[in-house]
Design a protein around this ligand. Structure first.
Ligand SMILES: Cc1cc2nc3c(=O)[nH]c(=O)nc-3n(C[C@H](O)[C@H](O)[C@H](O)COP(=O)(O)OP(=O)(O)OC[C@H]3O[C@@H](n4cnc5c(N)ncnc54)[C@H](O)[C@@H]3O)c2cc1C
Length: 435
């Protein structure tokens, strides 16, 4: 039996190097780079590319991928420990080649892409030379993908795509988009869609709006509202079989959701560390904030919630490595995804409160992190949907009881025990002992 909560010495040493690298090299870059995903920004390229080279030399590049794809085959548990370190930064995931949505898109291409698609898109994506976008949500509703209306129709040796997509993050910078579209309108909803690789410069793709979000101060919004009008792509650009779009989507969304959670552990840890430092440094009425019981409660609650969440994330990562099948850990991933926004919102909110006016000011990042928690509650699916999925999975194998009262009420169980131990009880009664 093995059961432990410590990293092996070589992993611990690697994580220590990452911690220092994040602190000394990535955090300073974060303060001057506008958007780490933008490969057309010369400042970003001048500062981030050399760091990416260092990570490659250190053999920590694209750790989410197996060695056959240029990654280190780290496994999700080690990746979780790495992502915890990167999570407090904006550029960290890009510097380590494991950023969303590219990490998930690379997994899809690796599983389902033809040799040509792998050469044209997967190789430069993994090398960090290009970025990509995932174009699935539609303007009339994202929570019910069975209601998507974008279509792809085969015309000779080309697919022709028509429809609208909403919140296609980073489409602005992307070299290609992965698009979900209805190809089998008469099939049952979960077999009606397929997934495609669409080069971003294909005629017919229109940027309707560059939507931006509160909390991200970008000169141009990076969550694109896109219209596809008679967009023609080669027949081979389909990923997987016709009608397999939902199965293909699961390949990327499972990993993507847990990677966000791993990074969130890093953000919450950063908020917690700053809360503690402020609590022991600031005084009010001659006492440290740390000596006020209500402040102590905030510190204690944050540590408890952070540790519970972290253990859930690590256990889920461990189960992914163990089963090598996302279908077997869907409920775990739904639980992690549903827990994540609240843990972050509560920690960032308490960090604001403990820092007072400084906490809510733009001189500290907590306000941005509160908003980030709402991003987490929507991106890759709304919290409510994940809770429903989790509850359904937990209840699926539970059998209903017959009868007015459940068989586990104490009078019933006590009567069963009395019957089972009748001889012992009778002997004790004969000896004059009252049971
Ligand atoms: C920062 C960010 C980045 C994103 N990036 C991408 C991207 O790159 N590509 C992409 O395709 N999409 C992306 N999205 C979109 C995301 O997938 C959707 O926001 C999400 O699926 C919810 O869809 P919706 O926004 O249309 O909300 P709706 O579907 O309109 O739902 C609104 C609310 O209704 C409630 N609700 C809906 N359904 C149920 C239900 N079954 N049970 C209970 N309550 C329910 C929930 O409270 C939900 O929040 C991103 C979103 C955000 C916030």
């Amino acid at each position: 039996m093995s059961w432990g909560f410590e990293s092996e010495p070589e992993v611990a040493a690697e994580l220590e190097w990452v911690e220092e690298f994040v602190r000394d090299e990535i955090e300073p870059v974060d303060l001057v780079v506008e958007h780490a995903w933008n490969p057309r920004d010369p400042v970003r390229n001048a500062l981030i590319k050399p760091l990416q080279e260092k990570v490659k030399e250190r053999r920590l590049w694209a750790c989410h991928l197996g060695p056959e794809l240029g990654g280190e085959g780290y496994g999700q548990l080690r990746l979780a420990l790495l992502n915890e370190k990167l999570g407090r930064t904006h550029s960290g995931p890009v510097v380590f080649g494991c950023q969303a949505p590219d990490s998930g898109n690379a997994e899809i291409l690796a599983h389902y892409g033809t040799d040509h698609l792998k050469k044209a898109y997967l190789e430069p994506l993994i090398a960090g030379d290009i970025v990509s976008s995932f174009s699935m949500t539609e303007p009339h509703g994202g929570s019910d993908p069975t209601g998507f209306r974008t279509t792809a129709v085969l015309d000779g040796d080309e697919w022709v795509i028509n429809g609208e997509k909403w919140f296609s993050s980073h489409a602005l910078f992307a070299e290609f988009l992965i698009v979900m579209a209805v190809t089998e309108p008469d099939a049952e909803p979960h077999r009606s869609m397929s997934m495609f690789v669409v080069p971003a410069d294909t005629p017919g793709i229109e940027r309707v709006r560059d939507t931006s979000v509160w909390g991200h101060e970008e000169p141009v919004g990076t969550h694109q509202y896109l219209r596809y009008t008679d967009v023609r792509i080669p027949a081979e650009n389909i990923l997987g079989e016709r009608g397999e779009g939902f199965a293909v989507a699961q390949t990327r969304l499972g990993g993507g959701r847990i990677h966000h959670a791993m990074r969130t552990v890093g953000l919450v840890t950063a908020a917690f560390e700053m809360m503690k430092r402020r609590a022991v440094s600031r005084t009010s009425k001659g006492r440290r904030l740390a000596d006020q019981q209500l402040v102590q409660a905030m510190i204690a609650d944050t540590w408890i919630e952070l540790t519970q969440f972290r253990l859930l994330v690590l256990q889920t990562a461990w189960r992914i490595d163990r089963y090598q099948d996302y279908r077997k850990v869907r409920a775990d991933i739904a639980a992690v995804k549903a827990a994540m926004p609240k843990v972050l919102a509560d920690a960032a909110g308490r960090a604001i409160q403990i820092h007072g006016s400084l906490g809510i000011s733009k001189e500290l990042p907590f306000g941005k992190w509160v908003l980030e928690s709402y991003h987490m509650g929507l991106a890759d699916g709304a919290t409510e949907v994940h809770k429903v999925n989790l509850a359904q999975a937990l209840l699926r194998s539970t059998q209903p009881d017959d009868g007015l009262f459940p068989p586990y009420i104490l009078p019933t169980r006590r009567a069963e025990s009395r019957e089972r131990y009748a001889e012992v009880l009778a002997a004790a009664a004969d000896d004059g002992e009252t049971p």
